[in-house]
Design a protein around this ligand. Structure first.
Ligand code: FDA
Length: 534
């Protein structure tokens, strides 16, 4: 079933421009690439190109490095950073990249969990879309245009300022970029009611390609098939969703002594079955940390309810009385204020805080971190295993470790796993994000996180052990394609083969094209998959 209020995604997709056979041979030098950009290809102004010798190079590179793990001297740095301000400049960058076989990485908000938008093992340039950040809301049509370099906070703010009844179902953190987020799915507190950000793309157009010219398969692939794979998304048209003028939020803490384990256990079977208007997530973590050990286990239950407190209290009393929610725990506010509430800002922060793209964000960008994801399908994790995982958090050596569990169900239960590339739909109780944050040099924290992940192995989705492509994880091995995309992977490979056979747009886990020899036969067979329409 389609979401009741689908969002409309506007996408300007720029593909490699086909070169004539007379094109000059590829020469892999930075100078040739620069020359092509400035004079050979398309008038890319030199003042928008930053080489390491430029005094502003580091500031621009670091402006959206969101994980300090990839901001060290050992992180491979780009030979150039390109900061286009027009689509023709993006097109020039793509053309010159292809002509000179000069690899480019696309960066919108810089939140890639493996730093793939700004690091690479060979020579490369970063194409930074930070200047593409316009948001234009059409209140009557309930749509908005948003460019890829905008961040979620700006998007939410601009929408709600035009109408407090309009909203958009995407991620929780205000600094996440639209470009990478929409390319891989994008979920937040409205996912149970309206689905993912990428679920509801219904049109795209641009100077080079639009939905009609790109074809159905291509259009399907860009909505969740992963960033830097099918081209460069410059702007998206989204259909907005309607929210009430008053919503209710809470965030309550329960320790083990306050029956936290039983309540967390109950949460596992209840949370995905609650009405769609309520998203209630659970963070298992610890506090009172001494040198190498924490001493108190805490469970933090955080919620957004699309309605008022009295209705929420009645609902919780009938469906989840074990939590013991009271009126004092609840706060009524606008939807936009709820984004600030869940964004981890100080309690006196105003909604304008959502516009801050800098590193003043509440998340401590100076820390290093790694995350891994899981989906719990069918049966909940047994209480004893849950306790074991929680115990593991007590050994914590990193500054912060946690298991964030986000409920599925609702609209996610109703959308087909084939509708867009994101396959994790019906039958999933919740998604897990295993997290470790630290500040010292220790790679051992990654080992600790892997051990935590191993503890969950017997109780989460298997064959394959699914993962969320927007939580990029280079650990997950050779079959990452099936883990991220399930049965959709094969179709993604066919689309990739058709639209980018030379694999110009790629990262360490982007969908590859088929090997040359078997291409035509497989692509032709793929037409039978043309069944996903909106
Ligand atoms: P970034 O610019 O690093 O891009 C990510 C990937 O997409 C890269 O491979 C990049 O090359 C590619 N890409 C970027 N722009 C592109 C474009 N215009 N066209 C084509 N490819 C492009 N997720 C979620 O669903 N819900 C949430 O609440 C959160 N919260 C969250 C918090 C924090 C602190 C982090 C670090 C991450 C999240 N995420 C998340 C995950 C987030 O959705 C994911 O990392 C996105 O890919 C980030 O997009 P950015 O544009 O910020 O990243």
């Amino acid at each position: 079933m389609l979401p009741t209020l689908p969002l409309l995604l506007f996408l300007l997709l720029l593909l490699p421009v086909p070169l004539s056979p007379a094109s000059p041979p590829a020469v892999q030098t930075c100078q040739d690439f620069i020359h092509c950009l400035i004079s050979g290809g398309g008038g890319f102004p030199s003042n928008l190109i930053y080489a390491p010798s430029n005094p502003n190079y580091s500031t621009i590179l670091e402006s959206t490095i969101r994980d300090a793990r990839f901001n060290s001297t050992s992180t491979p740095k780009p030979s150039l950073i390109l900061t286009p301000i027009s689509t023709s400049q993006i097109q020039a960058a793509v053309l010159c990249s292809r002509r000179h076989d000069f690899h480019i990485r696309i960066r919108s908000g810089g939140h890639d969990y493996e730093g793939l938008s700004y690091s690479y093992s060979s020579q490369f340039a970063v194409l930074d879309l930070a200047s593409f950040r316009n948001v234009t809301v059409n209140r009557a049509e309930k749509t908005a245009w948003v460019q890829s370099g905008a961040v979620l906070g700006e998007l939410y703010y601009r929408i709600a300022k035009r109408s407090p009844h309009l909203a958009f179902p995407a991620g929780v953190t205000n600094t996440v970029g639209v470009g990478g987020h929409f390319s891989g799915g994008g979920f937040g507190f409205l996912v149970r009611k309206f689905g993912l950000a990428a679920d509801n793309v219904i049109d795209c157009r641009g100077r080079i390609l639009d939905r009609a010219s790109m074809g159905q398969d291509f259009f399907w692939a860009i909505r969740g098939g992963g960033g830097n794979t099918f081209g460069i998304a410059v702007a998206w048209k989204i259909r907005l969703v309607t929210v009430p003028s008053t919503v209710t939020v809470f965030s309550v803490v329960r320790t083990i002594e306050q029956n936290g384990l039983d309540i967390a256990n109950k949460w596992q079977s209840v949370s995905s079955k609650l009405p769609k208007e309520l998203s209630l997530d659970l963070l298992l973590t610890t506090t009172n940390r001494t040198k190498n050990r924490a001493t108190i286990k805490i469970a933090i239950f955080s919620a957004l309810f699309l309605g008022k407190t009295d209705k929420l209290l009645n609902l919780m009393q009938s469906k989840f009385p074990e939590l013991g929610l009271t009126g004092e725990d609840c706060k009524e506010m606008t939807w936009l204020e709820s984004v600030v509430f869940h964004g981890g800002f100080p309690s006196n922060a105003t909604v304008e805080a959502l516009l801050d793209r800098s590193k003043n964000s509440p998340l401590v960008w100076t820390l290093k971190y790694k995350c891994k994801s899981d989906f719990v399908r069918g049966d909940p994790i047994p209480e004893s295993a849950l306790l074991k995982m929680w115990e593991k958090l007590m050994e914590i050596e990193p500054e912060f470790g946690g298991i964030l569990m986000f409920p599925w169900g609702g609209e996610m239960e109703e959308i087909s796993e084939f509708r867009i590339p994101f396959p994790h739909r019906g039958g999933n109780l919740y998604m897990i994000q295993h997290m470790a944050y630290w500040s010292d040099e220790g790679e051992r924290h990654v080992g600790w996180l892997r051990e935590l992940y191993d503890l969950a192995g017997d109780y989460v989705s298997r064959e394959p052990r699914s993962a969320y492509v927007n939580y990029r994880d280079l650990d997950i091995g050779m079959v990452w394609g099936e883990k991220y995309f399930g049965k959709n992977f094969e179709r993604l490979v066919r689309v990739k083969t058709a639209v980018d056979p030379e694999n110009l747009f790629r990262n360490e886990q982007s969908v590859p094209p088929l090997p040359r020899g078997i291409r035509s036969q497989r692509i032709a067979a793929g037409s039978q998959f043309d069944r996903c329409t909106l």
